[in-house]
Write a protein that binds this ligand. Structure first.
Ligand code: NAG
Length: 288
């Protein structure tokens, strides 16, 4: 009996390990290139993806799967050198009217000047919740991990494991939150020289084109939505065995978040009184 039980436990451990491991990504398997006419390339047997931008077009890709909650990680190495005017986006989005969206956008800059990391959350069609940051490293020198944790209680934006922003579910006081529309993962590289860099004063230097951003190590610990049903990767047992479903910031992470917000946040809609003369959005003063 005991031996049987032990074997069973071992089998369980082995099978769940395999299931979790299979969540690790391959760009051929997990993504479709959606635009750019050959400017997006999947290389090294699906381990690497590059997007490029020239004067004629940018490029982009999106996940084959739609997810309803999850923890999505992607490593990105941004356009190096003079990236002024370029915008690299990485976001989750549902389709159709009143869509939900969780955004990372990286606004390029002239050589030696810092990128702006722009974030936003749309819920049921409503956005206007921007926060912007500087990074504490050069995002063009190497790959860094940008993650979105999305569960029913909160959305956490993370850079190399450091939380930079938390958006809580305040539906209880009437603030929309993404809860029931499945989203795909998207990324694009495009040109926005009329606004992206220093408010549009600095234009793209097309002599430096093509501009290239690189991607690797996509990972989704997530619930895949298909045919009206959700199944959570990592095990067949859905919510109970998906720790990210209830994940929140522990006290160390809280401190990291405060460190980022104090030292690296350059714009916060929650303090932009001029923009909201009728009063700041409700979630800005909500506390639990
Ligand atoms: C680019 O650099 C300038 C000067 O340091 C800075 O003001 C600006 O916010 C940076 N980022 C963008 C996207 O313009």
């Amino acid at each position: 009996m005991a031996v049987f039980a032990l074997v069973n436990v071992l089998l369980l451990v082995v099978t769940s390990f395999i299931a979790v491991a299979s969540a690790a990504g391959n760009f051929n398997q997990d993504f479709d290139i959606t635009w750019g006419d050959g400017r997006a390339k999947i290389l090294n047997n699906g381990q690497l993806l590059t997007l490029s931008l020239d004067k004629t077009s940018g490029s982009g890709f999106r996940s084959k799967n739609e997810y309803l909650f999850g923890k999505i990680d992607l490593q990105i190495k941004l356009v190096p050198g003079n990236s002024a005017g370029t915008v690299t986006t990485y976001y989750l989005s549902s389709e159709g009217k009143n869509h939900d969206e969780i955004d990372f956008e990286f606004l390029g800059n002239v050589t030696g000047q810092p990128y702006t990391l722009h974030t936003n959350v749309f819920a049921k069609g409503k956005g206007d919740r921007e926060q912007q940051f500087r990074l504490w490293f050069d995002p063009t020198a190497d790959f860094h991990t940008y993650s979105i944790l999305w569960n029913p209680q909160r959305i956490i934006f993370t850079v190399d494991g450091t939380p930079i922003r938390e958006f809580m579910n305040w539906e209880s006081i009437g603030v929309p939150f993404p809860t029931n529309q499945a989203m795909r993962v998207y990324s694009t590289l495009w040109d926005a020289e009329d606004w992206a860099t220093q408010g549009g004063r600095v234009k793209t230097d097309w002599a430096k084109a093509p501009f290239t951003a690189s991607y690797r190590n996509f990972n989704a610990d997530a619930c895949v939505w298909s045919n009206g049903k959700s199944s959570c990767l990592g095990s067949g047992q859905a919510r109970a065995s998906s720790p990210w479903m209830n994940q929140q910031l522990d006290s160390t992470s809280q401190k990291r978040l405060q460190w980022v917000q104090k030292n690296y946040m350059i714009y916060n809609y929650c303090t932009d009184i001029q923009r909201f003369p009728q009063g700041l959005p409700k979630e800005c003063s909500a506390t639990n």
